[in-house]
Design a protein around this ligand. Structure first.
Ligand SMILES: Nc1ncnc2c1ncn2[C@@H]1O[C@H](COP(=O)(O)OP(=O)(O)OP(=O)(O)O)[C@@H](O)[C@H]1O
Length: 780
């Protein structure tokens, strides 16, 4: 016979699920009453709380369910358990129904140690982390298609059972896996995976799969080129079907079903305590926190998702604004005072092989003004890719060196650090400035020697990665720090830097309208380089359907034969739980080696060590390779002027801003350059979006077009926003939200400058927690 504890679990789980799915389904509601009849006997109060459940409206159902679940979690331990245990020994197992706080460790969840490890592997350490690990997208799996009606080229999601599978190797190195899937109506679809051997073990006959991709019709046979799939948990996982389903970013061996269950548990057991008051929520038309979090993970419908996103996005800005406003209190810091003479600026310019553009000159004057003043400079130089930010920074570093101060330039990656080093050598070495490079790939001895030279003042300007310079360097006399931001750093990190008092210049290529930069970089003044150096031949961009891949690579070969080089960027076409970006890039490299036997092809991906990456880049720069297949690691700013073609596979998978950044890797010299966007998705919407890149070269125009084309409710990642603390927010499109959040943040701080009211405890701890997380993300 089942113990009371087992009965309680049996009852609790469906009730939790019902709560999460919004209590809107009448059939299920009837089922709840039946469930209580069967299992509810030992829990009279719970039965009472849910009496007449089916007849209630959705809101009341939700309320009653919460009450019932609270009763279930508060219920005393069943007597059977007590009689078996030694009376004096405290229970060692966790109570799987105990209430949780957002800051609790995930080890408090009702999960095994292996599962806790999995969450840690994703960087999820607390319940809050799990709750804020939002899906990267949502898929509508409510109405499954009638396969007979599916048109050629249509995108669809099918759910079914594998009835047969085959593997073919039409030529060496090429593997085609096929599985015939049968849906609930007995209709069949042939699903194919190209060169993804790791998929094979999941294609057991009888396995239940959910598969998305683009359909092709061959007479009566329907074929699906799989872009995404997941295994359904033997029909038990009702969270993955018949609903709008969130799809999470994950890692090898961590399934979507597992993540959903972890989130589900966190939602059901956590006391969320909304930090926004009901009047504030009403004023800004925001839903409550519990509704928002359940809506982002398990929306009942589009409306639920939209209101969830609206609330969570608002919160992101609210926290950002509160942080910026609270920091603003610290006042102006004193920095270094430089002479920054016109004479020195002219000397620098005269040493260049080109003249500064008008925009570069204007920005340099703004910088020189800052440098001359006693106030610590904290300035953001924003300019499109290739607009000449580094040249401007080099001039500022020269001005600092002229006054006997040291300078530092911090890059987000070692590749970039080396590249900046080479470029700055070109600018500064002829002027007698002594440069040093400090990166992780150097030997201990080399690093120690460099650190000594910096400490003794033998080096004027050191270039390295941010972590290295901040952690291990004692400067003799640091006057100016330049931070090449490239999406990576954020407010907290800059604060740390500012406290050590050098003047600080941040360079960023993220196009942000001026009004929004105030929020994004609330602590920085802004200079914009809005002009490209003259004589650049615009990059010719072409959008091709993947059916024309051969044509694209034919063109790449003509360029290679002319002595040019090319990049190919691979994207993650299949977000299944097993395919990583690395695999996608390796598969592509393999495929291209078959297709272009003449070309010397190298592979670059994020899993390589810094030394390996640099080795590949150095050899590519030395023209030992013609073609570099890469994951998006390349985005952060490589500069090889002989590269004239950038091919982006599955371009639809990238945001427009990211595509623009990627394209900026070519056309960096005088050679005519090309960008080929290969679209795997032929829909009109995708075409329209990618056409924006084809037709525009201005980062701001592209960012704005992106905004217009984007539908509401679409999730954008950090990469787009350029701010590490925004998961949902997009500073380009969220002007109004930002303004409202700022208004509320100001009002809150006006009435309570220290946020001291006990009502705001939850808000304060959330604020601290987020600040810590941001700092953590910035450091890793
Ligand atoms: N005024 C100018 N006239 C001609 N060429 C210039 C000018 N300023 C910079 N350049 C050249 O243009 C290229 C890009 O400049 P730089 O690296 O300074 O741009 P950036 O804005 O830092 O680029 P990214 O954001 O892509 O890293 C370099 O090869 C540089 O030598």
């Amino acid at each position: 016979m089942a113990t009371v504890q087992e009965l309680r679990d049996k009852l609790r789980k469906p009730l939790e699920r019902e709560l999460l799915t919004g209590c809107s389904n009448r059939v299920v509601a009837g089922g709840v009453e039946k469930l209580l009849e069967h299992l509810g006997k030992p829990f009279p109060q719970v039965r009472e709380a849910l009496r007449g459940y089916a007849a209630m409206d959705e809101d009341e159902r939700g309320e009653r369910l919460r009450a019932a679940l609270a009763l279930l979690s508060d219920a005393p331990r069943p007597s059977t358990e007590r009689s078996t245990g030694a009376r004096s020994a405290p229970p060692v197992t966790l109570d799987p129904t105990a209430r949780l706080q957002p800051g609790d460790e995930v080890s408090k969840l009702d999960l095994g140690p292996g599962s806790v490890k999995k969450l840690h592997a994703l960087g999820l350490r607390t319940v809050r982390d799990v709750l804020h690990h939002y899906p990267r997208k949502h898929e509508d799996r409510r109405a499954l298609p009638n396969l007979q009606d599916v048109q050629d080229g249509e995108k669809l999601t099918v759910q079914g059972v594998v009835v047969s599978k085959t593997r073919r190797t039409p030529k060496p190195g090429m593997l085609i896996l096929e599985a015939v899937l049968q849906d609930a109506w007995g209709q069949k679809v042939r699903c194919t995976w190209f060169s993804q051997p790791w998929v094979e073990k999941q294609l057991r006959e009888g396995a239940r799969l959910i598969v998305s991709g683009r359909a092709k019709r061959f007479g009566r046979t329907l074929q699906l080129g799989v872009e995404y799939f997941e295994t359904e948990d033997e029909g038990k996982d009702s969270l993955s079907i018949n609903r709008i389903v969130g799809v999470y970013d994950s890692k090898d061996g961590i399934s979507q079903a597992f993540l959903r269950r972890a989130v589900q548990q966190c939602l059901a057991r956590t006391d969320l305590g909304d930090y926004l008051t009901a009047p504030s929520r009403a004023r800004y038309a925001l839903t409550d926190l519990a509704d928002a979090l359940s809506g982002i993970h398990f929306p009942t419908d589009e409306d639920h998702l939209t209101r969830a996103m609206a609330r969570l996005r608002f919160d992101e800005y609210l926290f950002l604004e509160l942080r910026v406003l609270l920091q603003g209190e610290e006042g102006v810091l004193l920095g270094k005072r430089f002479s920054a003479s016109e004479q020195d600026m002219s000397t620098f310019e005269a040493s260049l092989p080109f003249r500064f553009t008008g925009a570069q000159k204007r920005v340099l004057l703004e910088i020189a003004d800052d440098m001359r003043s006693e106030r610590q400079m904290a300035r953001l130089v924003q300019g499109d890719v290739g607009s000449g930010k580094t040249a401007v920074a080099a001039c500022a570093l020269y001005l600092a060196a002229r006054d006997g101060y040291q300078g530092a330039l911090m890059a987000p990656t070692e590749i970039l650090a080396r590249q900046h080093f080479a470029n700055l050598q070109g600018y500064l070495y002829p002027l007698g400035v002594r440069l040093g490079l400090l990166i992780g790939a150097m030997t201990g001895k080399q690093k120690a020697e460099m650190q000594r030279a910096i400490a003794s003042g033998e080096i004027d300007v050191v270039i390295g990665t941010q972590a290295l310079i901040q952690e291990s360097v004692t400067f003799n006399n640091l006057g100016l720090a330049v931070v090449d931001e490239e999406h990576r750093f954020g407010v907290m990190q800059r604060r740390k830097l500012l406290q050590s008092r050098p003047d600080v210049l941040v360079m960023s290529a993220t196009p942000i309208p001026r009004s929004l930069a105030l929020t994004a970089y609330g602590d920085l003044e802004l200079s914009i380089i809005d002009e490209l150096p003259p004589g650049r031949t615009p990059i010719e961009t072409k959008l091709l359907a993947d059916t024309h891949r051969a044509q694209a690579y034919g063109f790449v070969m003509t360029q290679i034969r002319e002595g040019r080089q090319a990049y190919v960027v691979a994207s993650l076409i299949d977000e299944s739980e097993t395919l990583t970006e690395l695999m996608a890039a390796s598969a592509l490299a393999e495929n291209l080696r078959g297709l272009l036997p003449e070309a010397r092809i190298a592979l670059l991906h994020g899993k390589m060590s810094a030394a390996e990456k640099e080795d590949v880049m150095a050899r590519f720069r030395a023209r030992e390779f013609d073609l570099l297949v890469s994951t998006t690691v390349i985005e952060v700013g490589v500069d090889v002027p002989n590269s004239t073609v950038m091919v982006i596979e599955n371009a639809e998978r990238f945001g427009l801003a990211q595509l623009h950044q990627l394209r900026g890797r070519v056309g960096r010299g005088s050679l005519k350059s090309y960008c080929i966007l290969i679209a795997g998705d032929h829909s009109k919407k995708t075409r329209q979006r990618l056409k924006v890149i084809e037709g525009n070269t201005d980062g701001f125009v592209i960012a704005e077009a992106d905004l217009k084309l984007r539908g509401p409710g679409e999730i954008r990642g950090t990469r787009q926003s350029g701010l590490p603390d925004l998961k949902l927010g997009d500073i380009i499109s969220d002007v109004e939200v930002i303004e409202r959040a700022r208004e509320l943040a100001k009002a809150m701080l006006k009435s309570d400058p220290q946020l001291a009211h006990p009502r705001l405890n939850a808000l304060k701890s959330e604020l601290q927690e987020r600040a810590a997380q941001v700092a953590y993300r910035e450091v890793i």
